[in-house]
Design a protein around this ligand. Structure first.
Ligand code: FE2
Ligand code: FE2
Length: 353
């Protein structure tokens, strides 16, 4: 095949020969143009998404991931991850729970190990059930038990293993749809640092004190224990609380003083017995996970009943209110793309009047 030679663009006479708008549009589409005035709804008055409010029921999720455990090993699967694919998402790319957030359950069985890798998407994990599994982040090992919240920042090496008994299941949250939309996806599978078997304490991990001869990254694995979070919430139980979220606390990153990750924030909220919050909506999107209790959320007018282990998606600009009609506590874990949306100057909130 010969070298392609660029011929000069059609100009002058061929353009003068365009006799109608239809011919103009045909010419434009043949030559890599588009007329803005033919586009409908390029600018909408409010954020528009095809993503829908949706709930994945743990009764089914658990059965499915356990069944997957019978049928495929981590050695074969690399990671045994069942992603929540929003039914409003029709793209062929990576699944997503909202436009910007990946949510999934991951399971490891005793003796299994998911090999190390690192990637530009950041990850967070909330342990749903089990104990005895561990994660190694940049060589530092952290045990994982039910209720723990931990992060794997952008480009940190991570691998998972399990030397306890019984299945360990956790919720994964990643900003990968966002990272992929920005075409910033990189990953590496070889060259992970030698892992330490020592488990560093929170005081070293938080950066409160730091050994000057060691790489800071060794301590970057942050884990927040459920008991600590619950103690903080308990102290606040008697306070007024937030009318939209009741007694809500954000997981703050002690190394930065900011949100858990640059792109994602995470929260735990107590809906006290009888709590019924007011509705609001934000340009950020959120994934909720029910830790304890039963109740319901009203998402764009539709009522979704929930129970422990259920995960539900609140896409951008979806109005939401939560209720706990029972006499016991309800606890919701959630993560959102709010820090990324804020950093871009795009954050808006509308509160119900
Ligand atoms: Fe990963
Ligand atoms: Fe909210």
């Amino acid at each position: 095949m010969g070298i392609m030679t660029a011929t000069g663009p059609d100009t002058g006479a061929s353009i003068a020969a365009i006799g109608s708008l239809d011919e103009l549009y045909a010419f434009l589409s043949d030559h890599a143009y588009e007329a803005l005035w033919t586009m409908e709804n390029a600018l909408t008055r409010q954020p528009v998404t095809t993503m829908r409010p949706y709930i994945w029921r743990y009764r089914q999720v658990r059965d499915l991931i356990m069944r997957a455990g019978d049928l495929i090993s981590v050695a074969e699967a690399d990671r045994r991850v069942l992603a929540f694919r929003n039914p409003g998402f029709s793209g062929r790319e990576l699944a997503r729970a909202t436009d910007t957030l990946w949510a999934a359950v991951q399971m490891v069985l005793p003796g299994e190990a998911a090999p190390p890798h690192r990637h530009t998407p950041s990850a967070l994990r909330f342990i749903i059930e089990g104990e005895g599994a561990y994660t190694i982040v940049d060589g530092a090992r952290v045990q994982m038990e039910a209720g723990d919240f931990l992060i794997t920042p952008n480009w940190s090496w991570h691998e998972h293993g399990h030397d306890g008994a019984g299945a360990v299941i956790w919720l994964d949250g990643l900003d990968s749809p966002m990272v992929s939309t920005l075409r910033q996806m990189f990953a590496e599978f070889e060259g992970a640092p030698q892992s330490k078997t020592h488990v560093y304490s929170d005081v070293l991990r938080s950066g409160y004190v730091e050994p000057s001869w060691m790489d800071r990254a060794v301590f970057s694995t942050l884990v927040w224990k459920l008991d600590d979070t619950l103690r903080a919430i308990e102290e606040l139980r008697g306070e007024q609380g937030d009318p939209y979220d009741d007694v809500i606390v954000e997981y703050r990153n002690p190394q930065t003083g900011g949100p858990a990750l640059p792109t994602m924030s995470a929260f735990m909220q107590l809906l006290r017995p009888g709590a019924k919050t007011w509705a609001h909506r934000q340009t950020s999107s959120t994934v909720y996970h029910v830790v304890r209790g039963t109740g319901y959320s009203v998402l764009d007018g539709q009522r979704f009943e929930w129970e422990p282990g259920d995960t539900f998606a609140v896409p951008t600009w979806v109005s939401h209110a939560h209720a706990n009609p029972t006499s016991g506590d309800a606890l919701l874990f959630s993560f959102s793309d709010e820090p990324a949306v804020r950093a871009l100057g795009l954050y808006r909130e509308q509160k119900a009047a």
